[in-house]
Design a protein around this ligand. Structure first.
Ligand SMILES: [Zn+2]
Length: 312
C-alpha cells in the first residue's frame, strides 16, 4: 500500500473506523488504477480515495436537525438541487426509479430518484428517524431531505426526511447512469507508456541508461508497451473518462503494435507522433461510453463513436 494512502487510512483508523482486507484491496486497486494506469496526480488520486473511503464506510457529515414546527419547503426541481449548499434542506416530488442493494451495513436504502428535470442518487442511512422505506416505481413528496455532494455529484440524504406518497405519476427524464454520452472536448493525455514487466507491478517506466527504470523494481531490460488516454467527455455534465488500450483499439483501430511500429520507425519523435495520432483520432468526436461502476470514476469498459450525444 502506498504511504500516502496508508497515512490517510490511519487518520480514519484514529477516528475508530475499521477496514477489512477487502476494503484495503479496493482502495489499493483504485489508487493503482488512478496513479499507475492513468497517471493521475497523487493529490487528486488521494482525494478520490478519500471520498471512496467515506462512501464505502458510510461516513457522512452530521445532519442538521429539523425544527419541530417545520413548515413544508417549496418543491425544488432535481436539476436545481446541485446549486444548493451542502446539507441544505430541500423538498422534491419524485419517482423512485431504481433501488440498489446497499453496499454498507449502515445504509438503509440507496437508489435513484427522478423528476421531469433529471435524476440523482438518494441515500438513507440507518437511523431512528428513518422514514418508511421507498418502493421502486412509486412516487413521493420528500420534505427536509439534505443535499450532499460526493466526487462533485449531487445526492440527497433522506435519513431524517419527511416522506409521503404522492398519488400522481411523475415523468422522469431518461438518463442511464452507466452510459455516458458527449463530445470529447479535451484530450488531457493520450499516448504510449512502457510498463514494468514484474508481475502485478505495471508501473510506468522511465528510460534510463541500461534499460528502463521502475521506482519499485529498479532497472528492467524489458518493458510492456501500453496505450491509454484520459479525456473530458462533455455531455449532460463534463466527466473525466479513462480509455485503456483495448477500448482505444476498438474505437479507432489504432493498436499498441501500431504505436510500437511508429516508435520503431521514428526513433526521434515517435512517442510524440503516437500522441498526435491518438489525439487526432478521438478529439472532437461524439462518444458513448459504458463505464464500470468503480467509484465515480468513469473507466470505459467499451465505447463507440456516435453521430451526436443524445442519439445513443
Ligand atoms: Zn515494477
Amino acid at each position: 500500500m502506498n504511504d500516502k494512502v496508508t497515512a490517510l487510512l490511519d487518520t480514519y483508523r484514529n477516528k475508530g473506523i475499521e477496514f477489512t482486507a477487502e476494503d484495503l484491496d479496493y482502495f489499493e486497486t483504485l489508487w493503482n488504477r488512478l496513479t499507475i494506469e492513468f497517471d493521475v496526480l497523487e493529490d487528486s488520486a488521494l482525494r478520490s480515495v478519500e471520498s471512496t473511503i467515506k462512501t464505502r464506510k458510510g461516513i457522512t457529515s452530521s445532519l442538521p436537525s429539523v425544527p419541530d414546527d417545520a413548515d413544508d419547503l417549496a418543491i425544488s426541481p432535481i436539476e436545481k438541487i446541485g446549486n444548493c449548499a451542502k446539507m441544505e434542506p430541500v423538498a422534491v416530488r419524485v419517482k423512485m426509479v431504481k433501488l440498489f442493494p446497499p453496499n454498507h451495513p449502515r445504509m438503509a436504502q440507496v437508489g435513484i430518484i427522478g423528476d421531469a428535470t433529471g435524476t440523482c442518487k438518494v441515500t438513507t442511512w440507518k437511523n431512528a428517524a428513518n422514514p418508511e422505506p421507498f418502493v421502486e416505481g412509486k412516487c413521493y413528496e420528500i420534505q427536509w431531505a439534505n443535499v450532499d455532494f460526493y466526487n462533485d455529484r449531487v445526492q440527497l440524504i433522506t435519513t431524517q426526511a419527511a416522506v409521503k406518497p404522492w398519488n400522481e405519476d411523475i415523468q422522469v427524464k431518461r438518463t442511464d447512469r452507466d452510459t455516458l454520452t458527449g463530445f470529447i472536448t479535451k484530450v488531457l493525455s493520450a499516448g504510449m507508456v512502457n510498463r514494468c514487466p514484474v508481475e502485478k507491478c505495471r508501473k510506468p517506466l522511465t528510460v534510463c541508461a541500461g534499460g528502463y527504470f521502475c521506482t519499485d523494481h529498479g532497472i528492467q531490460q524489458q518493458s510492456i508497451p501500453d496505450l491509454r488516454a484520459r479525456v473530458i467527455l462533455d455531455g449532460e455534465t463534463a466527466r473525466i473518462v479513462y480509455l485503456n488500450a483495448s477500448v482505444l483499439e476498438d474505437l479507432t483501430g489504432f493498436s499498441v503494435s501500431d504505436a510500437e511500429e511508429i516508435v520503431r520507425s521514428q526513433p526521434v519523435g515517435g512517442l510524440f507522433a503516437v500522441e498526435k495520432r491518438l489525439h487526432d483520432l478521438i478529439f472532437g468526436r461524439a462518444l458513448m461510453v459504458h463505464s464500470t461502476p468503480m467509484n465515480e470514476q468513469a473507466f470505459a469498459q467499451d465505447a463507440a463513436f456516435i453521430t451526436s450525444p443524445g442519439v445513443a
